[in-house]
Ligand binder design. Structure first.
Ligand code: GAL
Length: 375
């Protein structure tokens, strides 16, 4: 009897393995995206690039993301809110011409293993890397969320490279912009919820900066968009011409709305934001918003997801929206399906964004889909 049960379990496991191998290899063979499945690179190894973003340079896509490798554990300092982690390995880069076949370009910003106080030490947190190209300096500039293990440092880190595939040279980390936390401001400056104009103050202590993205305008000016003020408010902060520093000018948006995982894109002259709520690795209901200008005012459009699974964003969290090269209307919502007990096994959920006649975006679940479906 025991033997029979074991045999059944063994056969079940075997068929599960066979199914997942077939399913994941299909992704590369039939040129389709299979959200939530294991995605293999051109070496047949699972792609490891979480909380990522894509840079288009020439005719190539470069996908940068957190390398989540090794043991997932719960540090005591994070136990209360469920902040499990893996030690920092670095930032992974993959390249592709078709968004389906990804070549591993390696760890382009490896963690520091010896000097404990270093920003990139393995004991830190390094998340949501985004890379943009600076036409003036000819440099590829990477910004990412840098934190202490307990997420109290709330900083952004900057690295540069002459090539999209690295190696990236680590430069510095900042708490962008002015910086005093509201309770330390004079009474009459504490409540700036109704302030319309961007804030401009001296570069001082700096604002908290956690989940983040970057956006480059057509004129080459770039913005750093990050969850600030204990993740309650999003800041849209202008970068210097070389993209290496904040200039000290920023707008507060979605005040008190706790937006995380911001992804911003532009379509037909309008700016769109897709973001998540604030529930750690657990998925929640996505939000979307539209604006005529990047710095707002932003109008919330609600959850862009429709159909079954919409309440938890199909068990995923936004990270980036990609406009596909050479297509008129192809925008891909890129998200992470985190596995908080085994972060290395977190998956990717990429789905097309549709727009109705009123230009409202929506995202539907698809088991499998193909770029040919998009205009
Ligand atoms: C999420 C955030 C992730 C990661 C996680 C840690 O809210 O979007 O990037 O920081 O918390 O629990």
């Amino acid at each position: 009897m025991i033997l029979r049960n074991r045999l059944i379990i063994f056969l079940a496991l075997l068929s599960k393995l066979a199914f997942s191998l077939v399913a994941s290899s299909l992704k590369n063979d039939d040129n389709s995206f299979a959200p939530g499945e294991i995605w293999l690179d051109t070496d047949g190894i699972a792609i490891n690039a979480h909380g990522g973003g894509i840079l288009i340079h020439g005719d190539t896509y470069y996908w940068y993301g957190e390398i989540k490798k090794g043991n997932t554990y719960m540090p005591e300092c994070n136990a209360e809110w469920g902040g499990s982690r893996v030690d920092v390995t670095g930032i992974g880069c993959y390249s592709s011409k078709d968004l389906i076949h990804w070549k591993n370009e390696g760890n382009v910003l490896p963690a520091e293993t010896i000097i404990h106080g270093h920003d990139l030490h393995t004991s830190k947190v390094l998340e949501r890397p985004k890379v943009i190209f600076n036409q003036k300096t000819g440099k590829f500039v990477m910004w990412m969320h840098l934190d202490s293990m307990d997420y109290k440092a709330a900083r952004s880190a900057v690295a540069v490279s002459d090539s999209p595939t690295g190696p990236f040279q680590y430069l510095h980390s900042v708490r962008p912009n002015t910086g005093v936390w509201p309770e330390n401001l004079p009474e009459n400056e504490r409540h700036f919820d109704n302030r319309e104009e961007p804030l401009k103050r001296d570069f001082y202590v700096g604002q908290m900066a956690r989940d983040m993205t970057l956006f480059v305008e057509e004129d080459g000016s770039a913005y750093h968009i990050y969850s600030s003020e204990e993740n309650k408010t999003l800041h849209i902060s202008k970068l210097s011409d070389d993209y290496l520093w904040p200039v000290g000018e920023y707008t507060r948006a979605f005040v008190g709305r706790s937006m995380e995982a911001p992804a911003i894109f532009k379509r037909n002259g309008k700016y769109y934001l897709i973001a998540s709520g604030c529930t750690g690795w657990d998925p929640n209901e996505a939000r979307s918003a539209v604006a005529d200008s990047l710095t707002g005012p932003w109008k919330e459009l609600g959850n862009p997801c429709v159909g079954e699974g919409k309440e938890l964003t199909f068990r995923s969290q936004s990270t980036f929206v990609l406009k596909v090269n050479g297509k008129k209307e192809a925008y891909i919502f890129m998200a992470d399906r985190w596995n908080k007990n085994d972060l290395e096994d977190s998956r990717y959920v990429w789905l097309p964004i549709e727009f109705d006649s009123a230009d409202i975006p929506s995202i539907k679940w698809k088991d499998r889909w193909n770029l040919d479906e998009l205009e």
